[in-house]
Design a binder for this molecule. Structure first.
Ligand code: ADP
Ligand code: MG
Length: 730
């Protein structure tokens, strides 16, 4: 029996080994595997505790000897929980997390066995970094990089089977100081934004001393039976199906959206949620998504650094817990053609240490002006650096989503809703007139009342916008489901920091010239509204008209990764990242190189999988069927039956034979195109060749003929699980 039928049988009959999930009160388990501030209080001396808290609050450096005390406290806590090993946990540019486990166990010089975890081991480790991508930053003879403890993200315990490992969140940097991960730049960008935002806040409120970007992500994913996935080499290797005819029923009825969650998936969700709660990930919502077998979860928002760690951790936890349930989580942006793909909306805002959300409309004229300042600066940042923001979400897998009629388009625009559009128009219409203090434009910004209207907008019209204001935050919707959102968040924080710095300078200049503060602020806001207006769009982002309109406005529409990435290394980008101390030129070049490499490899792997499946699955099945038809036709002919009685078989035979030949021809041609691409030395040219000459040229074509064969060949002979099985069997 083929793997396919074995798997189908398995799904329908064998339920005996699905684990039971017990309901637990969330507050009883929340954070129990995290060395948080409360645990620290319990396990650390006053001195060590204070030092740790100060470091978390203000990034103050922890002294070596204190680090030793903290390490001892962490070990005591971890050992009490049965932990034997520890690892520095980091986020290299491969896109997954990396760990290298060491045990606490060690031998003293006299041979006595002891458990040890000292300050040095907490602060710094040296994983063999040679096989992590570095974009040429380190020649192989100097393949040294090290991980350094990030005290602002608390250590946690990961349980795999019966083993427990202490994970220390770290950044990953080269010996020469360049960052080799997603976390170090994010922390720099967060700091840059903090500084810039505090300066601007102080125009309104001198009490603000810290501003933190906040992130609440929404993670979409598919859940598929493990046995069925194992019978699909493409899902196993690329996380997406390269072939598969549309089932009779897809998502036309939209009956899956917010429908009841299937029992098996529900058990899996409760299980991974429990694991997440233990790790301090504050998950709050779960529901079905639009496509069959698609779901979403979202936490309560947190400081951006922690939120990013939690998202990466969650993706890992989900994948592991799924195994226990004999399920597989697909995080890929487009696992199935013809139905929706998955994204990861990044809800982003700014919070002050005085407890104010800077993107929430205020209740008084003064707080409204502060809101308007941050609101307009964000729009201006997106306007000025739209290309760089677009590049931050570019990947081979997200290319399947952006530009298709389901996700925000590759054109970056900002949705703000009717009311705020009117507010900005009012301010703009005053160009040429001077604001005064008793001005309506300042005093009558009745933003508070507009919130219900904004929420209404949120639910209907702005779903197609890549960057939408949703009442008290911006939602960056074009981020892909597999992404480490640390990267787009680094970029967003940097461009807003840069814009706020310029804003503060312009306001200062006007004040120096004698303008009153509020008037100066209004003047610059007005200027920014005028100059960034073309990024605002309230209509349907999927529509053909918008594509035309965007072109007229001069907004870039970069549909493929190799081209979108250009924006990372322009003079403008180099200046931006250097001035804000995020990336040096060489770091930027390296990252660009790594992104191109990743793209090339992803497309290359998919092309190979297509070839393998066509040769080892599709064609053999189709040949068997072709032989059956041939036998049938020749026997009919022998029996001297009139041909009009087997016209159907003859037509079928012709169709099957045509598609078989087309698959052969196109796979061969694709292999040739790959060879040519592989000989290109320049990474950008090579990536473009892979995009245009391999992917665009052959993927759809090969798929077309394969999917036709799937619909023609005897179901009994087809070896790959079909969409209707993958998506609808549970
Ligand atoms: P919905 O969009 O489903 O109506 P919410 O608006 O409450 O729900 O939130 C959606 C996401 O936005 C959640 O992940 C939430 O944590 C996040 N979020 C809400 N407020 C903020 C904020 N100030 N900063 C960042 N994220 C936020
Ligand atoms: Mg949302």
């Amino acid at each position: 029996m083929s793997l396919r039928f074995d798997a189908v049988n398995h799904v329908s009959h064998d339920r005996s080994n699905n684990p039971e999930v017990h309901s637990q009160k969330i507050t009883a388990i929340f954070g129990e595997s995290v060395f948080n501030v409360k645990t620290a209080r319990e396990y650390l001396s006053d001195e060590a505790y204070k030092s740790l808290v100060n470091s978390i609050k203000g990034s103050k450096k922890i002294e070596r000897n204190v680090a030793g005390q903290i390490a001892t406290g962490i070990r005591a806590w971890a050992e009490a929980k049965g932990v034997t090993h520890f690892t520095h946990w980091f986020q290299p540019l491969t896109g997954t997390t990396a760990e290298k486990h060491d045990s606490f166990f060690t031998l003293k010089s006299d041979g006595t066995a002891i458990e040890e975890f000292d300050g040095a081991a907490l602060i710094q480790q040296e994983p063999d970094a040679s096989s992590f991508p570095n974009g040429g930053l380190r020649a192989t003879f100097e393949a040294r990089g090290y991980t350094a403890w990030d005290p602002s993200s608390p250590p946690f315990i990961i349980e795999i089977g019966n083993g427990k490992t202490l994970c220390i969140p770290t950044i990953f940097i080269a010996y020469t100081g360049e960052s080799l991960d997603y976390k170090a730049p994010l922390m720099k960008a967060t700091e840059a934004l903090n500084k810039a935002a505090v300066t601007v806040c102080n125009l309104f409120d001198k009490n603000v001393t810290k501003v933190t970007p906040t992130l609440g992500w929404e993670q979409e994913y598919f859940v598929i039976d493990e046995a069925l996935v194992n019978a699909r080499p493409d899902l196993v290797q690329c996380g997406r199906t390269v072939f598969g005819a549309s089932p009779a029923k897809g998502q036309q009825l939209e009956d899956h959206y917010f429908g009841s969650i299937p029992e098996r998936v529900y058990a899996f969700m409760r299980d991974y949620e429990n694991e997440s709660y233990k790790l301090g990930i504050p998950l709050r919502t779960r529901h079905n998504e639009v496509a069959p077998a698609q779901f979403e979860c979202a936490p309560i928002f947190e400081e951006v650094n922690i939120a990013v760690d939690h998202n990466i951790l969650l993706m890992d936890v989900m994948s592991r817990v799924a195994k226990r349930h004999h399920l597989v989580v697909l995080l890929h942006e487009k696992p199935f053609a013809g139905i929706n793909g998955s994204g990861k909306h990044n809800n982003w805002s700014l919070a002050t240490d005085t407890g104010v959300n800077l993107l929430a409309p205020g209740k008084t004229p003064k707080t409204n002006l502060m809101f308007l300042t941050f609101f307009v600066n964000t729009i201006k940042a997106v306007h000025d650096y739209a290309d760089i923001l677009r590049a931050s979400i570019a990947s081979a897998s997200n290319d399947f989503r952006l530009g298709a009629n389901e996700a925000p388009p590759a054109i970056i625009s900002v949705f703000i809703g009717e009311y705020l559009t009117k507010v900005l128009n009012d301010v703009e219409s005053r160009v040429g007139t001077k604001f005064d203090e008793q001005d309506e434009a300042i005093l009558k910004l009745d933003l508070h009342r507009s919130i219900p209207e904004l929420l209404l907008d949120n639910t209907d019209r702005n779903r197609t916008s890549p960057f939408a204001f949703t009442g008290n935050k911006f939602e960056f919707r074009a981020v892909g489901s597999t992404a480490n959102c640390g990267h787009p968040m680094t970029i967003l924080n940097t461009i807003v920091a840069d814009t706020l710095n310029k804003f503060a300078a312009e306001v200062d200049a006007l004040i120096e010239k004698g303008d009153k503060k509020e008037i100066a602020i209004m003047q610059v806001i007005q200027k920014y509204i005028v100059s960034s207006k073309k990024i605002l769009f309230e209509g349907d982002g999927y529509s053909e008209e918008w594509h035309k309109e965007a072109e007229k406005r001069g907004l870039p529409n970069l549909k493929t990764t190799p081209i979108a990435l250009d924006a990372m290394v322009t003079e403008k980008a180099k200046k931006l990242f250097k001035e804000n101390n995020i990336y040096s030129h060489s770091e930027l070049e390296a990252r660009y190189e790594i992104e191109l490499e990743k793209y090339i490899k992803k497309v290359q792997i998919e092309a190979r999988i297509m070839g393998d499946l066509a040769t080892n699955h599709i064609i053999p099945s189709a040949l068997k069927y072709q032989n059956e038809l041939l036998k049938n036709v020749s026997l009919l002919r022998e029996a001297a039956l009139p041909e009009k009685l087997y016209k159907g078989q003859l037509a079928l035979l012709k169709d099957v034979s045509t598609h078989i030949q087309q698959v052969y021809d196109n796979v061969d041609a694709m292999v040739e195109a790959r060879k040519i691409a592989n000989n290109i030395v320049n990474s950008r040219d090579k990536a473009i060749a892979y995009e245009a000459k391999v992917k665009a040229q052959y993927f759809d074509k090969i798929r077309y003929h394969v999917d036709k064969l799937e619909q023609l060949v005897d179901d009994e002979l087809w070896t790959l699980p079909k969409y209707r099985e993958l998506l609808f069997l549970r």
